[in-house]
Design a binder for this molecule. Structure first.
Ligand SMILES: Cc1cc2nc3c(=O)[nH]c(=O)nc-3n(C[C@H](O)[C@H](O)[C@H](O)COP(=O)(O)OP(=O)(O)OC[C@H]3O[C@@H](n4cnc5c(N)ncnc54)[C@H](O)[C@@H]3O)c2cc1C
Length: 402
C-alpha cells in the first residue's frame, strides 16, 4: 500500500488484470514527511489519474538558510532543481493513489508473504495474516514486490538484503511539527546546514511543516541501538542549540510517527525473475537525497502497466522490455541521489560557506544561471514523459501525450 504498489494495482487493473494488494500494516499509513513531486512524476501521476487529486502545498517555496543564533539568509530551494517539483507530503500521494484505486481491487491488511515459489505458469505465495495467525497458499500470475527498502518479496525471491543494500553512511529522521518552530515565520522553509549534519524545516501553506534531520555516521548499526531523539540531540550537542533547533528537538522528544532510518540505495542487476518483479524502493531505492523516489515509483508503475497491456499473453517480454526501458532513468536518479547528498548535508565548512555565497549571488539572474548549470543533472529524467520516451527508445509506439 505504498505509492508504487497502489499505482501499480490501479494501472494493472486498467490493463485488464485482477490485482490483490497485500499490506503488512493493519491500516493505510497517513501523513508522513515532505516530498517533492517532479515534472516526470507529475506526468506519470497524470497518466495514472492521480494528479487531479494532488496540489502543490507550497508554490512560493520561500526558503532561508539559518544558523543557530537565528540569522536568516534567503536561499534557493528544491523548486530551483530541474523539474520544478510540487511540494507535498508522502501521504498526499498515497491518499491520491488510493482515491483512484478501483473499488473492486481487493486489499488485505495485516498480511505478508512468507514464501514464494514459481514455475513457468504462475507463482505460489504463502500469505500470513498477522492478526489471526492464519496461513494460506495462493497462486498468482504475477507478483509485484512494491514493499519498500527492506522488501520481503526481494529477500524471498532474489536473496538477502545484504546482497542489494548499499549504505551511504548517513541517518535520516523525519516527522511532522505541530505549528511553527520558534524563530520562524509560518509558511517559510529553512535549512540549518553544518558540516556532516543538517536540519530542514519544510513549510507548507495549508499543513503543518515537516522536519528532516540528516547526519553522517561511521557506524550505522550502532545508530539503531539508542532512541532517535537521544542520539540526534547528541549529534547537535557541541554548541548551544539556538531557539529553532531547540524547539524542533523538543518536539522530536515526544513525537509519534517519527521515521528514523539509514540512507541506503538498492542496487540490483535484475528487477525481475520469472513472474516476480520488484517496483519502487524495493527494486532501486534512490534515497531521499535524489528527491525522485515517489516519482520513480509512479513512472515504474505506469510503464509496467503499459507494457503488460501491450503484451497481454507474454509477461516475460513485457517485464524484460519494462526493465530495459526504465533502467537508464533509474540509474540517473541513483546518480542524482549520490551527487545531491551534499546539497542536503554538506561535508565541510567550505561547502557551507559556498552555500551562503551562492544564496547571495542567486538573487541576481547571472547567479541563478550559474546555479542552474550546477544543478542541471538528469534534466530529461526529471522532466520528461518517461513512459513515452522509454517506449520510443524500445521502438514501441508511445501512448498519447498527456
Ligand atoms: C525523509 C524522506 C524524504 C523523501 N523525500 C522525497 C522527495 O522529495 N521526493 C521523492 O520522490 N521521494 C522522496 N523520498 C523517497 C520516497 O518517500 C520513497 O522513494 C517512496 O515513498 C517509496 O515508495 P514505495 O511505494 O516504493 O515504498 P514504501 O513507501 O516503502 O511502501 C512499501 C509498502 O509496503 C508495505 N510492506 C513492507 N513490507 C511488507 C511486507 N513484508 N508485507 C506486506 N507489506 C509490506 C509497507 O507497509 C508500505 O505500505 C523521501 C524519503 C524520505 C525517507
Amino acid at each position: 500500500m505504498g505509492v508504487s504498489g497502489i499505482a501499480a494495482a490501479t494501472r494493472l487493473r486498467a490493463a485488464g488484470w485482477t490485482p490483490v494488494i497485500i499490506e503488512r500494516a493493519a491500516e493505510r499509513r497517513r501523513g508522513g514527511y515532505f516530498i517533492g513531486l517532479f515534472e516526470a512524476g507529475m506526468i506519470a501521476a497524470d497518466r495514472l489519474g492521480i494528479l487531479g487529486h494532488l496540489h502543490d502545498r507550497n508554490p512560493g517555496a520561500l526558503s532561508y538558510l539559518i544558523d543557530r543564533s537565528g540569522h536568516q539568509l534567503r536561499t534557493f530551494s528544491m523548486k530551483d532543481l530541474p523539474g520544478r517539483p510540487w511540494l507535498m507530503l508522502r501521504g498526499d500521494v498515497e491518499q491520491a493513489a488510493f482515491a483512484t484505486l478501483p473499488a473492486d481491487v481487493e486489499v488485505r491488511y495485516s498480511t505478508m508473504p512468507t514464501a514464494i515459489t514459481q514455475d513457468d505458469q504462475g507463482v505460489h505465495v504463502t500469505l500470513l495474516n498477522s492478526q489471526s495467525g492464519d496461513t494460506v497458499i495462493e497462486r498468482f500470475d504475477l507478483v509485484v514486490g512494491a514493499d519498500g527498502l527492506r522488501s520481503t518479496v526481494r529477500s524471498l525471491a532474489f536473496g538477502p538484503h545484504e546482497n542489494y543494500l548499499h549504505r551511504l553512511g548517513y541517518m535520516v529522521a523525519a516527522f511532522e511539527f505541530p505549528g511553527t518552530p520558534a524563530g520562524l515565520e509560518p509558511g517559510v522553509s529553512v535549512q540549518l546546514v553544518e558540516p556532516d549534519r543538517a536540519m530542514w524545516v519544510f513549510a507548507f501553506e495549508d499543513h503543518n511543516p515537516t522536519i528532516m534531520i540528516s547526519y553522517r555516521t561511521d557506524d550505522v548499526d550502532a545508530e539503531f541501538t539508542r532512541p532517535a531523539p537521544e542520539r540526534i540531540r547528541e549529534v547537535f550537542s557541541d554548541q548551544p542549540l539556538g531557539a529553532t533547533l531547540a524547539d524542533v528537538l523538543g518536539v522530536l522528544d515526544h513525537a509519534d510517527n517519527v521515521l528514523f532510518d539509514s540512507a541506503e540505495q538498492v542496487h540490483m542487476d535484475r528487477w525481475h525473475e520469472g513472474r516476480v518483479v520488484l517496483l519502487g524502493d524495493s527494486a532501486w531505492c534512490v534515497t531521499l537525497y535524489a528527491g525522485m523516489g515517489v516519482s520513480a515509483g509512479l513512472i515504474g508503475a505506469d510503464l509496467l502497466g503499459e507494457l503488460l497491456e501491450r503484451h497481454p499473453h507474454d509477461t516475460a517480454t513485457a517485464l524484460s522490455e519494462w526493465e530495459q526501458g526504465l533502467r537508464p532513468y533509474v540509474q540517473e536518479y541513483q546518480a542524482v541521489g549520490l551527487n545531491q547528498r551534499a546539497f542536503f548535508v554538506p561535508d565541510t565548512s567550505g561547502q557551507v560557506r559556498l552555500r551562503r555565497a551562492m544564496s547571495v549571488v542567486t538573487r541576481f539572474s547571472i547567479g541563478r544561471r550559474v546555479l542552474s548549470a550546477i544543478l542541471e543533472g538528469a534534466v530529461e529524467a526529471r522532466t520528461a514523459d518517461i513512459t513515452a520516451t522509454a517506449l520510443q527508445r524500445l521502438g514501441i509506439k508511445p501512448p498519447p501525450t498527456v
